[in-house]
Design a protein around this ligand. Structure first.
Ligand SMILES: Nc1ncnc2c1ncn2[C@@H]1O[C@H](COP(=O)(O)OP(=O)(O)OP(=O)(O)O)[C@@H](O)[C@H]1O
Length: 299
């Protein structure tokens, strides 16, 4: 059975249509990205999946159940964008409280809270109150809270927003490790990050599901994305375009080129590229097979 099924889902807030005719199916497995501009309806979709609000039209099912069904108790968790910890309770006390709400007894709740705190690398702050924690640590505690009871589905709204690179990396590693038994749906504006984490991307725009893109799709080998240190862009363009296997070259952004080429050219084409770089003493910064997520969504 599919993990999430949305059929013709719409949501209106009074006269404001936040989601319109959204349909998709998600199977359990690798993390899924939810992308879209501000106001696209991402938080609304998360709220529908969590059962905080009900759709105006259509239906949402999780493992075949309505999101607020008691059959799903403990199976779905969410990190809201504006998650706040209770400033009056220690980190451990509030996690224990949430574990108890999920049905753990006192002893199990404490053990489970310490387990999830260890997962996010914060076992040593159990006795502290939230005001003594940094922003990144608070976010990790909120993620620990979402992992209580090892839910099958975890929705993360902007999990790394405002975090320093080390904290953001720690969260990405945590998501990857937990993906063995938990499916994450991650809303973020950080496309580079989503590209590292996810296989599939749902792109919402003005309340409509505009695209559903597979990051590791079969067509990836038709493109190379190369970022150059320094080269003459015009000369680069014309010399690459002169290769018979090249179908198009696009200067996607400063010093970055997306080269589309015929699939049968294979590795030989890459060797020709390197020879060209050597001849002109051009240094490349990165060479990536396929296109970036940004290019797939916005080109
Ligand atoms: N409670 C509400 N009442 C009225 N309008 C709302 C409400 N919640 C959201 N909206 C509107 O619905 C639309 C979708 O909002 P939503 O918060 O779901 O978008 P979002 O993609 O999460 O945006 P962001 O990236 O800025 O967080 C917006 O136009 C927003 O103003």
């Amino acid at each position: 059975m599919s993990l999430i099924t949305c059929e013709s889902v719409g949501k209106s807030y009074g006269s404001k249509r936040a989601l319109n005719n959204v349909s998709f199916t998600i199977e359990a497995g690798a993390p899924i990205a939810l992308v879209g501009p501000n106001g696209a309806g991402k938080t609304t979709l998360f709220s529908l999946l969590c059962g905080y609000i009900s759709p105006t039209d259509g239906q949402v099912k999780i493992f075949g159940e309505r999101p607020n069904s008691t059959a799903l108790l403990g199976q779905i968790a969410a990190l809201p964008q504006d998650a706040r910890l209770d400033p009056n309770l220690t980190v451990l006390a509030q996690l224990v409280l949430f574990a108890q709400l999920q049905g753990f007894n006192n002893k199990q709740a404490k053990a489970e809270s310490l387990r999830v705190l260890a997962l996010v690398g914060l076992a040593d702050v159990a006795a502290q109150k939230p005001l003594s924690l940094s922003h990144g640590m608070s976010k990790r505690v909120s993620i620990a809270q979402a992992l209580i009871g090892q839910p099958k589905l975890v929705l993360l709204d902007e999990p790394t927003a405002g975090l320093d690179p080390a904290n953001a990396k720690a969260i990405r590693e945590l998501v990857t490790a937990q993906s063995v038994h938990t499916t994450f749906v991650i809303s973020s504006h950080n496309l580079d990050e989503l590209e590292k984490l996810c296989d599939k991307v749902l792109y919402l725009d003005q309340g409509e599901l505009n695209q559903s893109v597979s990051i590791k799709d079969a067509q990836a080998d038709d493109y190379l994305t190369v970022s150059m240190h320094d080269c003459d862009n015009e000369q680069f363009n014309s010399l690459i375009n002169a290769f018979p296997e090249v179908l198009s070259v696009k200067n996607s952004q400063h010093n970055e080129f997306v080269i589309q080429y015929t699939k049968h050219a294979g590795y030989q084409f890459e060797l020709k590229l390197f020879e060209l770089f050597a001849t002109h003493q051009w240094q490349y910064h990165t060479l990536q097979r396929g296109r970036t997520l940004e290019d797939k969504l916005f080109s």
